[in-house]
Design a protein around this ligand. Structure first.
Ligand SMILES: [Zn+2]
Length: 164
């Protein structure tokens, strides 16, 4: 990590070479997938471009395609591994839109179950949450490996996928 280059956490995380610890589950050419460490539900991930921008409009076409293909893959992987009843998928854009980081796009994918009442606030017992996140990380990685034809499990933990 190079503190001089950026103060953006979403630029720093993928440059740390420690995907497992940083909860980066998947990497593709232009995007990466971050398992939320304070999940609303198990399997709550964020999909981000490597490019530092807060504007969806400015993403180049090749990045957009990669972004959406990664999104498809991740939805499929969550469906296969966690069997949710539904999803919330979307961007919080700008502070008024609820984004905590406003200058680096991140799409939330939140699996939903009919039994979940509402967005559950962070569970008080952090140890339980961390264990659950670790378990989910491995489940998603394994499902990715099972489902993806073209992938590599890199030495830092994440599964690298190549979209056809
Ligand atoms: Zn950034």
């Amino acid at each position: 990590m190079d503190d001089d280059d950026t103060e953006c956490v979403f630029c720093d995380l993928p440059s740390c070479d420690d995907d497992r610890r940083n909860n980066i589950v998947v990497r593709s050419e232009h995007t990466y997938v971050l398992l939320n460490n304070m999940p609303y539900n198990p399997g709550h991930v964020m999909i981000l471009p490597y490019e530092h921008t807060g504007r969806f409009y400015t993403l180049a076409e090749n990045i957009l395609v990669d972004y959406m293909k990664t999104t498809q893959t991740v939805i499929n992987v969550i469906e296969e591994s966690l069997a949710p009843d539904g999803f919330n998928i979307g961007f919080n854009v700008g502070a008024a839109g609820g984004a905590s980081v406003t200058d680096h796009l991140h799409m939330h994918i939140i699996p939903r179950w009919e039994s979940d009442t509402s967005f559950t606030p962070l569970i008080a017992n952090t140890a339980i949450v961390e264990e659950a996140v670790d378990e989910t990380y491995e489940r998603l990685c394994q499902e990715l490996i099972d489902l993806s034809v073209t992938h590599v499990r890199d030495e830092n933990g994440a599964v690298e996928i190549i979209h056809e």
